[in-house]
Design a protein around this ligand. Structure first.
Ligand code: PEP
Ligand code: MN
Length: 316
C-alpha cells in the first residue's frame, strides 16, 4: 500500500467535497489513521521471509543481545532453532548507554548473521540505528528493528519504511502508547504496511527490574490497531529469572509473539548476559508457553522452520 502523507491541518480544514476526492488517507477519529482498527478491522499479518506474524500464529524470535563471534551466533541459531524459535535475533549495531561498552561488530556482525541464516534457514531480525546504514542492514535483515531509543526518530522511521523490509517497532522507554502508534503510522504512511509492534518495558520509579513491562500496552495496542504486537520480556525486566513468568503472562495478555535474549553461554556474553536465557531455560520457556498459546487460540507451528522434533530439548 502506498499512501501520500499530508499535513493534518489540510485534512481537518478540507471541505467535505475535497475530502471525498482524496480517499487515499482515511479520515479517522484517531491521530493514527492507517494503523487504526477503525480503518481496518482485520488483523494485519506480516510476512517475515515466510514466517507469518499476527493472526493465528505465535512467533518466537530469539538469540543473543549482540552478534559476537561467527561460531557463537551459529551455535545460538542452531540452539534456538532446535528448540522451536522461528526467527533469529542479534544486534550488529548496538545502542549502548556508555560509549565504553561494546558497540557491536557492525558490518562484520551483519555478515555473521547472514552466515547463521545460510546455515540454519532462520530469518533474521536486527537493529537499524542510523539512516547511513539502512542499505547494509536491509540487505541482511528479514525484519528491521527500530530500538526503544529511536522509537520517535521520525527520519529513521521513514528510512526504514522506504527500505521495503518489514519493521519491528519497539515502544520508547518513555513513550506513551499513542506516541508508539503514531510512530507506526509514520512507517505505514511512508508506504510500508509491514509493521510489528514490540512492548519492551517503560521506565518507572521501580529499581528491582530494569524496566516495567507494561502488558496492558499489549491489550491497548491490540484494541487500537490491526498490527501484530509482540513482547520483549528480556529488556522488559532485565532479569533472567523473570523472563519465563513474564513470557507466560505476555501470551495470556494476547501477544502475537515474543522477542527474547537467549545465549548458549550467557556468563560470557558481551552484552546483556544477566537477562539472557540459557538454552536450557529457553527450552523450558517454550514448553511452558505452549499450552497457553493453545488456550489463546494460536499456534507455535508456523512457517517452514518448526517441526515436532525441534520442540524437545536435547542438550546444547
Ligand atoms: C535490543 O533488543 O537489542 C535492544 C537494544 O532493545 P531496546 O531497544 O528495547 O532497548
Ligand atoms: Mn539487549
Amino acid at each position: 500500500m502506498t499512501t501520500a502523507v499530508r499535513d493534518e491541518s489540510t485534512v481537518r480544514n478540507a471541505a467535505p467535497l475535497a475530502r471525498k476526492r482524496e480517499p487515499e488517507i482515511p479520515l479517522s477519529t484517531k491521530p493514527y489513521r492507517l494503523v487504526s482498527r477503525e480503518t481496518q478491522p482485520a488483523p494485519t499479518i506480516v510476512d517475515v521471509a515466510g514466517v507469518p506474524v499476527g493472526g493465528e500464529t505465535f512467533v518466537v524470535m530469539a538469540g543473543p543481545c549482540a552478534v559476537e563471534t561467527e561460531e557463537g551466533i551459529v551455535e545460538a541459531a542452531r540452539g534456538v532453532k532446535r528448540l522451536g524459535a522461528h526467527i533469529l535475533r542479534g544486534g550488529a549495531y548496538k545502542p549502548r548507554s556508555s560509549p565504553y561498552s561494546f558497540q557491536g561488530h557492525k558490518a562484520e556482525g551483519l555478515r555473521r548473521l547472514s552466515r547463521a541464516r545460510e546455515i540454519t534457514g532462520l530469518p533474521i531480525v536486527t537493529e537499524l540505528m542510523s539512516a547511513a546504514d539502512v542499505e547494509a542492514v536491509a540487505a541482511c535483515a528479514d525484519l528491521i528493528q527500530i530500538g526503544a531509543r529511536n522509537s520517535q526518530n521520525t527520519a529513521l522511521l521513514c528510512e526504514a519504511a522506504r527500505s521495503g523490509k518489514p519493521v519491528l517497532l519497539k515502544r520508547g522507554m518513555c513513550g506513551t502508547i499513542e506516541e508508539w502508534l503514531m510512530s507506526a503510522e509514520y512507517i505505514v504512511a511512508n508506504g510500508n504496511p509491514n509493521v510489528i509492534l514490540c512492548e519492551r518495558g517503560i521506565r518507572s520509579f521501580e529499581t528491582m527490574t530494569r524496566n516495567t513491562l507494561d502488558l496492558s500496552a499489549v491489550v491497548a495496542a491490540k484494541q487500537e490497531t490491526h498490527l501484530p504486537v509482540i513482547v520483549d520480556p528480556s529488556h522488559g525486566t532485565g532479569r533472567r529469572d523473570f523472563v519465563i513468568p513474564m513470557a507466560r503472562a505476555a501470551v495470556a495478555a494476547g501477544a502475537d509473539g515474543l522477542l527474547l535474549e537467549a545465549h548458549p553461554h550467557p556468563e560470557t556474553a558481551l552484552c546483556d548476559g544477566d537477562q539472557s536465557l540459557t538454552l536450557e531455560m529457553f527450552a523450558q520457556l517454550m514448553e511452558e508457553i505452549a499450552p497457553i498459546v493453545e488456550v489463546m487460540g494460536k499456534s507455535l507451528r508456523v512457517g517452514p522452520t518448526t517441526s515436532t522434533e525441534q520442540l524437545s530439548f536435547s542438550g546444547t
